[in-house]
Design a protein around this ligand. Structure first.
Ligand SMILES: N[C@@H](CCC(=O)N[C@@H](CS)C(=O)NCC(=O)O)C(=O)O
Length: 347
């Protein structure tokens, strides 16, 4: 970790309140005390900013080696870049074994919980109605009801038609919905004893989880009701994690020690192994074969979806991090992951 900041601040972050990855990064910036300015998507302030190659929310505008400002996306590598650029209040555990658990849980939140998020937002009438009415208002500035109505219709229809991208369909809906409830129950039990996923201070996985849960717990009516039914504690945690700027300076000993991983964390890892790991593996297999569809079994039920190249990259990153561990670390990690289903990632 550097002793002084190597990126000029305030950083500019373009995003939207309903984007889980925008919320992930905003909570992270607040916790890390990184000064930022938030620019809303489609606002006049966005107009002069360069466009990203693949436009995604959030987008940061950061210098390359020549000092040229580039539109930069993808929260996971951005968090690692900021970890090197700003001193103090880091979110990557220093023990490589704990750091791997953090990376794996971050991937689960970013790539599996987002299936829950997108499914619930665009599957049930009440959620579709709320999201299509509110979303266009975030960036539309001052406009009349008549002017915004076609945008509301367009956004609703476009997003519903994209459900298949995350694998939400008639066959997979029960798998997604059951997994969300199981996750809530496991996270609830964990939070009864621990402040964050990896101990007494937040890791990048906490911010990823927070981002998806701002939608699931706080905004979309169907999953919000489910969250309150299963765990008011998780609901409260999402609100708390929004702004951790006042958390005492974290100390190294607040992370879990590799020799004392609580059973509640192992249960969360077992949930990752139950749904996310088979999904990552089947996706990579379909990509490798150039198949049009990935068809597999997740949680004992049929799963079909179009393969997703980005998640092929996620699996490669996890395997690279695993391969970079020393043999002692790999063995310690193996003991923690044994029988969670996560061990099949490297199998
Ligand atoms: N892996 C990316 C995912 C970002 C992402 O998928 N953002 C969504 C919104 S939350 C997006 O911009 N989708 C395209 C769109 O809405 O047009 C990250 O971690 O930042």
């Amino acid at each position: 970790m550097p002793t002084q900041s190597t990126l000029e601040t305030p950083l500019t972050m373009m995003g939207a309140p309903g984007s889980p990855y925008t919320r992930k990064m905003r909570a992270l910036m607040r916790y890390r005390h990184i000064p930022y300015r938030m620019v809303l998507q489609n606002s006049p302030e966005q107009a002069p900013l360069p466009a990203a190659k693949v436009p995604l929310l959030p987008t940061f505008y950061l210098p390359n080696a020549e000092g040229e400002i580039l539109a930069t996306t993808d929260s996971t590598p951005l968090i690692r870049r900021f970890e090197h650029a700003f001193p103090g209040r880091g979110v990557i555990p220093s023990d490589p074994v704990i750091a791997f658990l953090d990376e794996l849980l971050e991937d689960y939140a970013d790539e599996w919980l987002t299936k829950c998020m997108f499914h619930y937002r665009w599957w049930f009438e009440a959620d579709i109605a709320k999201a299509s009415q509110v979303l266009p208002n975030w960036g539309a500035g001052q406009s009349t009801d008549e002017a915004i109505a076609p945008l509301q219709k367009m956004i609703g229809e476009r997003q519903v038609s994209r459900l298949g991208v995350v694998g939400s369909n008639e066959e997979t809906a029960p798998v997604i919905e059951q997994s969300y409830r199981r996750f809530l129950r496991a996270f609830d039990r964990h939070l009864q004893q621990h402040r964050f996923l990896l101990g007494g201070q937040p890791g990048s996985a906490d911010f990823a989880t927070h981002g998806q849960l701002t939608c699931l717990a706080l905004f979309d009516p169907t999953p919000s009701a489910i969250t309150l039914e299963e765990s008011p504690r998780v609901y409260a945690w999402v609100e708390i994690t929004e702004d951790l700027s006042g958390l005492d300076d974290p100390r190294e000993e607040k992370w879990f020690s590799r020799n004392a991983i609580p059973e509640t964390l192992r249960n969360l890892l077992a949930e990752v192994g139950r749904v996310h790991v088979p999904s990552l593996l089947a996706n990579a297999d379909a990509l490798e074969r150039g198949a049009e569809r990935m068809e597999t079994t997740i949680d004992g039920q049929r799963w079909i979806q179009k393969p997703f190249p980005y998640q092929g990259k996620c699996l490669r990153w996890l395997r690279e991090s695993h391969a970079a561990l020393s043999e002692t670390d790999r063995r310690a990690l193996g003991d923690i992951l044994a029988d969670t289903g996560c061990e099949s990632l490297f199998g």
